[in-house]
Design a protein around this ligand. Structure first.
Ligand SMILES: [Zn+2]
Length: 100
């Protein structure tokens, strides 16, 4: 078969194919990252960040304390420390006396 010189049409289609494959590869990578994040989330959800054991969520008024009965750590969600700070009448002391 005689060698055909490449044309600007060949170049156009090759470029298109490269772009198409690049987009597919990027989509694959994005999906892998999303799956990885989901695996990590499922693995660490309600697990103690210190010792890795299960956290138990216990309500004290409108504050939900995540307690680890393995290392005795107490964990608060975003904003809950501020809620506690705004409470009066020894709220913090009463809460700690329950959860210690
Ligand atoms: Zn723990």
């Amino acid at each position: 078969m005689p060698v055909k010189p490449s044309t600007s049409e060949d170049e156009y289609f090759a470029r298109q194919e490269v772009e198409r494959r690049r987009t597919l590869a990027e989509e694959r990578e994005g999906k892998l990252l999303a799956e990885e994040r989901e695996r990590e989330r499922a693995l660490h959800l309600m697990k103690c960040p210190k010792c890795g054991m299960q956290l138990e969520e216990i309500a004290f008024g409108d504050v939900r304390v995540d307690k680890c009965f393995s290392c005795e750590g107490l964990w608060l969600d975003k904003g809950e420390l501020e809620v506690i700070r705004q409470k009066e009448g020894g709220f913090m002391g009463r809460m700690l006396s329950v959860f210690r």
